[in-house]
Design a protein around this ligand. Structure first.
Ligand code: PMP
Length: 409
């Protein structure tokens, strides 16, 4: 059996069952939001009683908080292998980070994306007429080849791509794409939301220009994310928010904006969120090489094999060349919301159903009515996967005990 790789908070949460009794919650929805690492919770508890305003106050606690915030910035940068002149901008989330980057693209610069992206890495680009959205291929390899061919036309300034899909878990060959982008005079921005909880990335080594991430998918709480990478476009861009902390000098006629992270971090920052995110990075970085891959690889195989063996259950792109622990499946003839509601109500199992904020990709995979997604994290063990497979088996053989209203997937 595979044990959880790291302790997370709430692993013993007990939930009521609609059929009577209770169950320990089985969280198989890590791709949406992962529980905080116990190390993160401990760090937050340590820092929470002692913070004060950052970058502004002269008091002792203000100076301590400022140091903690800037240390967190450094730790996040180190975790991602940031180059000496890269900038680490704290944002609210991946959505926020990619939106910021999309506003920093120089006027007239062309952007390339594929339609397999999460809306967070599609809609900020799609709203610009200077964006080309190509159709994804039958697998990540084919999608990469299509992007490479399009890049070779030489008209792009930026390729935006997810490191791992939140629908199929497929991992894109990032270094190869980075080289293709650079060879064609373009840069590459990576949506790291799904990749970073599962794989180490080094932006210097992997030749990535920007990467975006979310704390709540990386075992830290909600509300803190980051955009890490090249500073030139960001320094030349309009500040993301106009306000205090982003300026050097303000007069009646003019505002001189700061450069670096300050430019895009107006207002009082989320210090606790940044510290929590940095702790998550440090704890993951301390894992032995390959530990994450071995852990989730075993769980993914168990999920795919267990679910595929059930009558009427189909796993979407079950065996990609490389994938993280994100597995989407359907149950023939049954609505995904019914199955998801049953798993929660009768078994205390949390999965995600729907089109996963990736409507274009879901539709092209034939999931117009949605799919069910089970996703693992460092807090997942094989017992969680066994429970899911057994519960789905029960659903397809004996059926649910109760009836669940059909909600539009
Ligand atoms: N990109 C991908 C691949 C994701 O899976 C998600 C979250 N589902 C996001 C971006 C957006 O992350 P957030 O909601 O934290 O901004």
């Amino acid at each position: 059996p595979v044990a959880p790789l790291l302790p997370v908070v709430g692993a013993d949460t007990v939930v009521p069952l609609a059929t009577g009794g209770t169950a320990t919650y089985a969280n198989l929805d890590n791709a949406a939001s992962a529980p905080a690492l116990s190390a993160v919770a401990a760090r937050v508890a340590q820092v929470l009683p002692h913070y004060a305003s950052v970058h502004r106050g002269a008091g002792y606690l203000s100076r301590v908080s400022t140091a903690l915030f800037e240390q967190a910035r450094e730790q996040v940068g180190r975790f991602l292998g940031a180059r000496a002149d890269d900038v680490v901008v704290f944002t609210r989330s991946t959505t926020d980070a990619l939106d910021l980057l999309s506003r920093a693209v120089p006027a007239g610069a062309r952007v390339l994306v594929a339609d397999v992206e999460h809306h967070a890495n599609l809609l900020p680009w799609q709203r610009s007429a200077a964006t080309t959205v190509v159709r994804g291929g039958a697998d990540a390899e084919e999608t990469a080849a299509l992007l490479e061919a399009e890049l070779a036309t030489g008209q792009y300034a930026l390729l935006a791509v997810a490191g791992a899909s939140n629908v199929t878990g497929e991992v894109l060959p990032l270094r190869r794409l980075a080289r293709a982008a650079h060879a064609a005079g373009a840069r590459i921005a990576v949506d790291g939301a799904q990749l970073l909880p599962h794989r180490r990335v080094d932006v210097g080594r992997d030749e990535i220009d920007w990467i975006a991430l979310s704390g709540h998918k990386l075992y830290a709480p909600f509300g803190a994310g980051a955009l890490v990478g090249r500073r030139d476009w960001l320094d030349a861009a309009e500040p993301y928010l106009a306000g205090g902390g982003a300026t050097l000098d303000v007069s009646h006629d003019a505002v001189r904006w700061a450069s670096g992270p300050d430019r895009h971090e107006a207002g009082s920052p989320n210090v606790i969120g940044a510290v929590a995110l940095a702790q998550a990075c440090a704890t993951l970085a301390a894992l032995p090489d390959g530990a994450l891959e071995r852990h989730e690889g075993a769980l993914r195989a168990q999920l795919v094999d267990g679910l595929s063996a059930l009558p009427g259950v189909e796993v979407v792109r079950a065996h990609p060349a490389d994938a993280v622990g994100v597995v989407t499946f359907t149950v023939a003839g049954r609505s995904v919301s019914e199955v998801a509601a049953y798993l929660s109500a009768e078994h205390g199992i949390g999965v995600r159903d729907g089109r996963f904020c990736a409507h274009r990709f879901a539709n092209s995979l034939g999931l117009v009515a949605g799919g069910l997604r089970a996703s693992t994290g460092v807090g997942t063990g094989s017992a969680d996967v066994e429970r899911l497979v057994a519960a789905v088996e029960r659903f397809v053989t004996t059926g649910p005990e109760l009836e669940y209203g059909l909600v539009d997937g």
